[in-house]
Design a protein around this ligand. Structure first.
Ligand code: NAD
Ligand code: DAU
Length: 350
């Protein structure tokens, strides 16, 4: 029996990871630790929350004493750390929150694991879920490899990079069995509608402007969230201590092309004449420090672990749109209250 702590399990990617582990490993005890910020939503897990091997702990990774207490109490032997502030735009308006959550929160977890494991590393694993944004931005060609030097540009990616450096330092200094993976942009059900795809689905549905940053020529590599969860599962079980893997979708899109494809799908599904929602496209002031292009070289994970994305983009994108259209109540719940203020602050006057 293994006791696995998954942090940030009420968020977008975390909820898919928790579901996968709870369903696929009935002999593991899965502890989902989440402070339920604006981005955390237990509704994301209602299909599995009564399973006997699932446990929810409401708590904050910024609270070092609390983190130490739960390590002491539950004696986890694995950690998969996803909890974070994850939105680049929010990091531009409030960088300190990203230092607190992403840097200090990570170090509190590392300290607790180091103290409780106390050098008995056998059967232990600390797995840090990171992002391709730590590598910085690419020009028109090339792709990030595991050896690409870190060169973050936003407060979000700087905080994630800093956390990753601490993880490596705990491996190199104390011998802690750590693993890191750096993934490209995820899409799929349950993503908070401050991120491009769910935000634009919601706006198209409600005939609201689609705020395209700059010229819309930035490129992102999109991966279906369940493919990421599968890669995390494989890496958690197979990677060696100190290992790093890049995870990507082999699926690069210029923002404007992705948005036009989304409009085509949405108009069809909403029964609107083709191209109706194109007039919602509104070019707005660019994101400060906006990275031009991300792309992942997936050679290592493919050759060593045999992983590649299973979900074709056309299929995953349609499935994603269908999910948001079918889950109006979820959308309404997360876009009421504080979301309205966030939206005004972020987009009015842009
Ligand atoms: P998210 O914002 O949807 O979810 C984050 C979760 O962490 C939420 O449930 C939130 O309540 C929780 N959380 C935040 N602060 C906390 C704290 N102080 N204590 C406890 N819980 C806290 O994020 P996501 O998009 O699912 O990303 C998850 C992880 O994956 C992050 O570490 C992110 O950097 C990384 N990542 C995301 C993507 C992506 O495309 N979304 C790609 C690569 C890597
Ligand atoms: O690359 C992995 C990263 O992907 C993760 O580490 C982050 O947690 C995740 O949020 C995501 O970061 P991005 O900044 O790439 O995602 P976002 O959905 O915010 O934006 C995608 C692209 O769309 C980006 O080039 C900015 C642009 N954009 C975004 C929004 C919200 C717009 O043009 N308009 C918008 O309103």
């Amino acid at each position: 029996m293994r006791k696995i702590l998954i942090t940030g399990g009420a968020g977008f990617i975390g909820s898919h990871v928790v579901r996968r582990f709870v369903n696929n490993y009935p002999d593991y005890e899965i502890y989902n630790l989440d402070s339920l910020t604006y981005a955390g939503n237990l509704e994301n897990l209602k299909d599995i929350d009564s399973k006997p091997n699932y446990h929810f702990i409401k708590g904050d990774i910024e609270d070092a004493d609390f983190i130490m207490e739960i390590f002491q109490k539950y004696q986890f032997d694995g950690v998969i750390h996803l909890a974070a502030e994850s939105h680049v735009d929010r990091s531009i308006t409030n960088p300190m929150q990203f230092v607190h959550t992403n840097v200090l929160g990570t170090v509190h977890l590392l300290n607790a694991a180091r103290t409780i494991w106390n050098g008995n590393w056998e059967g232990k694993k600390y797995y840090q879920i990171s992002t391709d944004e730590v590598y910085g931005a690419l020009g028109d060609t090339g792709a990030f490899q595991e050896t690409t030097p870190y060169n973050p540009h936003s407060p979000y990616s700087a905080a994630k990079a800093s956390a990753d450096h601490f993880v490596r330092a705990y491996h190199d200094t104390y011998g802690m069995p750590t693993i890191i993976s750096n993934c490209s942009n995820n899409y799929g059900p349950n993503q908070f509608p401050e991120k491009l795809i769910p935000l634009f689905i919601n706006n198209i549905k409600n005939n609201k402007p689609l705020p395209v940053y700059g010229k819309g020529i930035n490129v992102r590599d999109w991966l279906y969230v369940e493919d990421h969860a599968e890669a995390i599962d494989l890496i958690f079980h197979k990677a060696k201590p100190g290992d790093t893997y890049n995870i990507g979708g082999n699926n690069e899109w210029r923002n404007i092309d992705l948005i036009k494809k989304l409009i085509e799908i949405m108009d069809r599904k909403l029964g609107r004449p083709e191209g109706t929602s194109l007039n919602l496209i509104t070019y707005v002031t660019d994101r400060a420090g906006h990275d031009l292009r991300y792309a992942i070289d997936p050679t290592k994970i493919k050759n060593e672990l045999g992983w590649q994305p299973k979900v074709k983009f056309d299929e995953g994108f349609e499935k994603t749109v269908d999910w948001y259209l079918a889950n109006e109540e979820w959308f309404n719940n997360v876009t009421s209250g504080a979301y309205v203020d966030y939206y005004k602050k972020m987009y009015e006057g842009r």
